[in-house]
Write a protein that binds this ligand. Structure first.
Ligand SMILES: Nc1ncnc2c1ncn2[C@@H]1O[C@H](COP(=O)(O)OP(=O)(O)OP(=O)(O)O)[C@@H](O)[C@H]1O
Ligand SMILES: O=C(O)C1=C[C@@H](O)[C@@H](O)[C@H](O)C1
Ligand SMILES: [Mg+2]
Length: 172
């Protein structure tokens, strides 16, 4: 058996990757890792600052490297940044891995992430930007996912359980 993440979570901003990822790690008794957090730690600045200072393509390259390092080096629960699947190399890397796509509809997204300045891609007109982002990304999340778990009207605990069931993983 090859070593690698036990679960990889993908999905849009606010779908609950960090919240559910931490719960899953606890349930499975393994470490949790988040590529957004890896980038912030390595860069010593927030993602919104990287977007403003260097632009999105620069961030995407940092993200590509962070995902490759985490997929190769982490055996626990791994959450990817919401846009990580935009990179074709990243999508190829995820092929065959236990990837769960956490989905949610637009109203739930606006309730959860609202107008938060920490999410630069939704800074202006979040509803419209959300729809546009999802039109481009839904096929990509679906392409890399082994399972799709809807998060609307579910608590984080219920989502974590649904991921375990869908991937046929047993907790400790
Ligand atoms: N199932 C849920 N039901 C209600 N609220 C939730 C649920 N999952 C997460 N949340 C809330 O939604 C917000 C976003 O969740 P979280 O930060 O885990 O998302 P994320 O996918 O990691 O986002 P990002 O891509 O920006 O890192 C948080 O306030 C969290 O408490
Ligand atoms: O969906 C996106 O493109 C992003 C999601 C976040 O996780 C961060 O990686 C960043 O804010 C970009
Ligand atoms: Mg997160």
């Amino acid at each position: 058996m090859t070593a690698g993440p036990l679960v990889v979570l993908v999905g849009p901003m606010g779908s609950g990757k960090s919240t559910v990822g931490a719960l899953l790690a606890e349930r499975l008794g393994v470490p949790y890792r988040d590529t957004d957090a890896d980038i912030v730690a390595a860069q010593g600045r927030e993602i919104s600052d990287i977007f403003v200072d260097e632009g999105e393509p620069y961030f995407r390259e940092l993200e590509r490297q962070a995902v490759a390092a985490a997929v190769a080096g982490h055996t626990g629960v791994l959450a990817l940044g919401g846009g990580a699947v935009l990179d074709p190399g990243t999508r190829a890397l995820l092929a065959g891995l236990p990837v769960a796509y956490l989905s949610m509809d637009v109203e739930e997204a606006v309730r959860r992430v609202g107008l938060g300045a920490a999410r630069p891609l939704l800074a202006v007109n979040p509803r419209r930007q959300w729809r546009e982002l999802m039109e481009a990304r839904r096929p990509l999340y679906t392409e890399v996912a082994r399972v799709v778990v809807a998060t609307d009207e579910r608590t984080p605990e219920e989502v974590a359980q649904a991921v375990l069931d869908a991937l046929e993983l047993k907790d400790v």
